[in-house]
Design a protein around this ligand. Structure first.
Ligand code: BGC
Ligand code: BGC
Length: 737
C-alpha cells in the first residue's frame, strides 16, 4: 500500500474541495499537523458510541469528536455550537439515553489554515453556493434546485471530465490490493467486536454497508453520525486515503435511524402519481441521510412488481411501467440532485437489475422467464429513466433471466446497461449474491460476475475469501487488469462526482432536521395523497360532530405496522419502534370537544357508536420472508384483527375499514359488510395523513398503482394482460362528492 504523492494530491486538488482543503490527503483523516480528522477521545461521557455493530454493543467511554470537514460548509461556521445543537436535538428524540457532546469535543481546535474555510471561501472554491448549504437545502424540501448550482466543471458529473479525470489519475497510483479493496463492500453487522473498524484499513475497503439489521448504540442520528465518521476516518487515514462509500437501505426515509421521518413505502407513493412530491420525499431522505454521513442509499427500487405474492411488492411504485419510470426518475433527482455533487444529497441506487418484479409466482430471488422484447418493455424503462436522471449506481438482481443469473449476465450488465444505455456509474452486486450463483468454485463465480460487469461486490461477510479469490484471478490472468481498472475507475468517479473527497464526514449541521416538523409535513402530504378510496356508501368523510367514533383493531395504535418492513430492522416489527403519530392519535388530535373517541382494539362494546374506524392489515415483513402463496383476508390478516372487524360489522355500527398493507389483498368476501374501504398502504410515521382523508380535510385523490385481484387464484392480474377482470382496475380511486 502506498500513499498518494503530494504532487498528485495537489494536482487532484486543482478542482476545489468544499472544505477548503486542496487534495485528498487533506480531506480528513490526517495526523497531527493541521488535523481535519475526527479524533477519538477516551472520556467517560454518557452516550459513547461503539463501532455500531449491534452485536458488539457500545464501546463505553469513547466519545467521538465532530470532524471539522463535516462542518466546513455549515453556514454558521461555528462548529462548536453546531455540535452542541446536534446533541441537544438528539436528546429530544432519543428515548431515554441522553447524549452529550462536551464543548471540548467540538472542533474548537480546528486549524483555520487547513479547513476552517468560511462559507465565502467555500463558494469560491467549489461553486456550491449557499443554496446547497442553507435555505432550501436545509429545510430539505426544495425540489432539487439546490444542486443545480453545482456545475459538472466543479464537482464533476459521472460523464463530466473532471470527476473521471481525477479518478483516472488516482487509479494510476493504486496497488492491486487497493484496487480490489475499492471493489469490496462489507456489511458492518457481520463483523462484530471492538476492532471491527480496522477491517477498513487492513483491507483498504472501498465501501461498507449497514444492512437491514445494523444498529448503532444509541441507534440515533448522532449515534450513526459518530459511527459513520469513525469508519470514514479509518479509511482516510489508511491505504490511499480514499473515502468510503457508505450505503444503507434508506427505502422510505432514513429508516434505520430512530427519530427519522418514515415515508410511505413506494407502493403508496405510486398511488399519489405525483412526481414532484416523490422528488421532495427523496430530497428529505437525502438530507436526513447526509446528516448522519451516509451518502449512499440502496434505493429507489425501480422494480415493476407483476405478482403480488412477492414480498417486495411494496418496494416498487406500481405494476405500471410508465408510472414506475416517472417516479423512479423523480426519486433519483430528489436523492442526488439534477447534477450530483451537492453535499446534502446522496448517491441513489436503481435496483434490482433486471426483472426482479417478473419472477414466476412472485418468488423472491426467483426465475424470470420472458422473451427479450417483453423483458425490455416491462422492466427496462425505469432503469433507462434512472440513468437519464444521472443515477450513480445500479444493483444487480438475485433473479435469473431465462435461466442465467443477473449477476453473471454479461449481455444484460455490460452490453445493455453499460453499452446500450451508457451507464457509467457503479454496478454493485446484491447481498452475498455471487455466493449464490450456481456451479463452479467460488473463484469461478467471482470471475463470471466480474467479467459480466459487476464493479463492486457486496460480500457481505467473507471479504477475505473474495479478496483472495479476485487477487488470484487477476494474478493468473483469468480476470483482466483492464476490467479491474474499469471497475475501480467507476467507483472513484462516483466518489469524486458526489463530492465525497471534498466532504467525507457527517453534515452535523443538518442533524436537527432529522424528523423535523417540516420533514414530517412532507410525509403527511405523501400519506394523504397516497390514500385510495375503494368503496364508500356514505360512511366517509367522517363528520366533525360524529358523536362517538369507535376505533377498532390493534394496527390503529402502533407505529411499527404502519411503517412495515425496512424500518429500524430488516423485516420491521410491530410496536412503538420510533416516534410518530398513529392513526388513533391522529383521530384524537383531529376531533373536537363534541366527539368521543373510543379505542376498542378487539371491537367489543362499540354498540351505539356512530361509526367504527377499523384499522387492520398485514404484519410487517420484508424481502424473502414476505412472499405469500395465499393473499386472502383469512390467510393474511391476523385472527384477532379479523375477529375485531367482524364484531364491528355485527354491532350494526357503520364500518370504515382502513387497510394497512404492502399490496392488494383479496377482500371480496368481507368487503360486503363494510360501508367504506380505504387502502392506506404502509404510510409510515405520519398517521395524520390518513386522518386528513378520513375527515375530508383532503378529499381522497390516490389511484390504484396495482390492479386489485378479486380472487387469489386470479393473481397475477395486470392491466393489459389477458386474464380475469380485477375487482378494482389499475388507476381506480373514488373521491368525495
Ligand atoms: C436486498 C437488497 C438490499 C441489500 C442490502 C439484499 O438482500 O436484496 O435490496 O439493498 O440486501 O441490505
Ligand atoms: C441483512 C439484510 C439483507 C438480508 C439478505 C439480512 O441479514 O440485514 O440487509 O438484505 O440479510 O439476506
Amino acid at each position: 500500500m502506498r500513499r498518494l504523492s503530494i504532487g498528485l494530491g495537489s494536482w487532484l486538488g486543482l478542482v476545489g474541495c468544499a472544505d477548503g482543503t486542496s487534495n485528498p490527503d487533506d480531506a480528513g483523516g490526517r495526523d497531527a499537523s493541521g488535523s481535519t480528522a475526527p479524533t477519538e477521545e477516551s472520556t467517560s461521557t454518557t452516550g459513547g458510541v461503539g463501532d455500531g455493530v449491534s452485536t458488539g454493543g457500545g464501546e463505553g467511554g469513547s466519545t467521538f469528536v465532530a470532524p471539522a470537514t463535516s462542518m466546513g460548509d455549515a453556514s454558521t461556521g461555528d462548529v462548536e455550537i453546531v455540535g452542541s445543537e446536534a446533541s441537544t436535538a438528539e436528546a429530544q428524540t432519543s428515548s431515554g439515553d441522553v447524549i452529550t457532546v462536551p464543548a471540548s469535543t467540538g472542533v474548537a481546535e480546528e486549524d483555520e489554515s487547513s479547513s476552517g474555510a468560511t462559507s465565502t471561501d467555500l463558494e469560491a472554491s467549489t461553486g456550491i453556493g449557499t443554496e446547497s448549504t442553507s435555505g432550501e437545502a436545509s429545510d430539505g424540501v426544495s425540489s432539487g434546485e439546490a444542486s443545480d448550482g453545482v456545475s459538472s466543471e466543479d464537482t464533476g458529473s459521472v460523464d463530466g471530465p473532471s470527476a473521471r479525470a481525477r479518478a483516472e489519475a488516482l487509479l494510476a497510483e493504486l496497488t492491486l490490493a487497493e484496487k480490489i479493496g475499492q471493489m469490496t463492500l462489507v456489511a458492518i453487522e457481520t463483523i462484530g467486536g471492538d476492532g471491527a473498524v480496522r477491517v477498513v484499513s487492513s483491507r483498504c475497503l472501498g465501501g461498507v454497508l449497514g444492512g437491514g439489521d445494523a444498529r448503532q448504540n444509541p441507534n440515533t442520528a448522532l449515534g450513526w453520525a459518530d459511527h459513520h465518521d469513525r469508519w470514514q476516518q479509518e479509511a482516510l487515514s489508511s491505504c490511499a486515503r480514499i473515502p468510503l462509500l457508505y450505503g444503507v437501505d434508506a427505502v422510505h426515509g432514513n429508516n434505520k435511524v430512530e427519530g427519522a421521518v418514515i415515508f410511505p413505502h413506494n407502493i403508496g407513493l405510486g398511488a399519489t402519481r405525483n412526481p414532484a412530491l416523490v422528488e421532495r420525499v427523496a430530497n428529505v431522505t437525502a438530507v436526513e441521510l447526509a446528516a448522519t454521513g451516509v451518502r449512499w442509499t440502496f434505493s429507489p427500487a425501480v422494480s415493476v412488481p407483476r405478482d403480488e405474492h412477492w414480498g417486495r411488492t411494496y418496494e416498487g411504485f406500481s405494476e405500471d411501467t410508465a408510472l414506475t419510470a416517472d417516479l423512479s426518475e423523480a426519486a433519483v433527482v430528489g436523492l442526488q440532485g439534477r447534477v450530483p455533487g451537492a453535499l446534502d444529497r446522496v448517491a441513489a441506487c436503481a435496483k434490482h437489475y433486471l426483472g426482479d418484479g417478473g419472477t414466476n409466482g412472485g418468488v423472491d430471488r426467483g426465475e424470470t422467464v420472458l422473451d427479450e422484447a417483453t423483458l425490455r418493455a416491462i422492466h427496462l424503462p425505469p432503469f433507462e429513466r434512472a440513468i437519464e436522471a444521472g443515477v450513480l449506481t445500479v444493483m444487480a438482481s438475485f433473479n435469473t433471466w431465462n435461466g442465467v443469473g443477473s449477476h453473471e449476465h454479461r449481455y444484460l450488465l455490460t452490453d445493455v446497461l453499460k453499452g446500450e444505455l451508457g451507464f457509467q456509474g457503479i454496478v454493485t452486486s446484491d447481498w452475498g449474491a455471487i455466493d449464490a450463483l450456481p456451479g463452479g468454485t467460488y473463484a469461478d463465480r467471482v470471475r463470471r460476475a466480474i467479467d459480466a460487469g459487476i464493479d463492486m461486490v457486496m460480500v457481505p461477510q467473507f471479504y477475505d475469501r473474495f479478496i483472495d479469490a479476485l487477487t488470484g484471478l487477476v494474478e493468473r490472468g483469468d480476470v483482466s487488469m483492464a476490467r479491474i481498472d474499469d471497475a475501480v475507475t467507476r467507483i472513484l468517479t462516483v466518489k469524486f462526482a458526489m463530492g465525497l473527497f471534498d466532504a467525507p464526514y457527517a453534515r452535523r449541521d443538518l442533524l436537527p432536521e432529522i424528523g423535523s416538523a417540516a420533514h414530517r409535513e412532507v410525509a403527511r402530504q405523501a400519506v394523504r395523497e397516497s390514500m385510495v378510496l375503494l368503496k364508500n356508501e356514505g360512511a366517509l368523510p367522517l363528520s366533525d360532530d360524529a358523536g362517538r367514533i369507535a376505533v377498532v383493531g390493534t394496527k390503529a395504535a402502533e407505529i411499527g405496522s404502519q411503517c412495515g418492513g425496512w424500518t429500524l430492522s430488516w423485516q420491521g416489527s410491530a410496536g412503538d419502534i420510533t416516534p410518530g403519530t398513529t392513526i388513533l392519535e391522529g383521530i384524537e388530535a383531529r376531533t373536537g370537544a363534541n366527539t368521543v373517541v373510543q379505542y376498542s382494539p378487539d371491537g367489543r362494546d362499540i354498540v351505539g357508536a356512530d361509526v367504527a374506524v377499523v384499522v387492520v392489515g398485514e404484519n410487517p415483513y420484508a424481502e424473502w420472508l414476505g412472499d405469500r402463496t395465499d393473499l386472502s383476508w383469512s390467510a393474511i390478516v391476523p385472527l384477532a384483527d379479523r375477529e375485531a372487524a367482524t364484531r364491528a360489522v355485527d354491532s350494526g355500527v357503520p364500518v370504515v375499514l382502513v387497510l394497512i398493507s404492502g399490496r392488494p389483498l383479496v377482500l371480496t368476501e368481507p368487503l360486503a359488510g363494510w360501508n367504506a374501504l380505504l387502502a392506506a398502504w404502509l404510510p409510515g410515521t405520519e398517521g395524520s395523513g390518513v386522518v386528513d382523508v378520513l375527515f375530508g380535510d383532503h378529499p381522497p385523490s390516490g389511484r390504484l398503482p396495482h390492479s386489485w385481484p378479486a380472487a387469489t387464484a386470479d393473481i397475477p392480474v395486470n392491466a393489459g394482460e389477458a386474464g380475469p377482470d380485477p375487482l378494482f382496475p389499475l388507476g381506480f380511486g373514488l373521491t368525495y362528492p
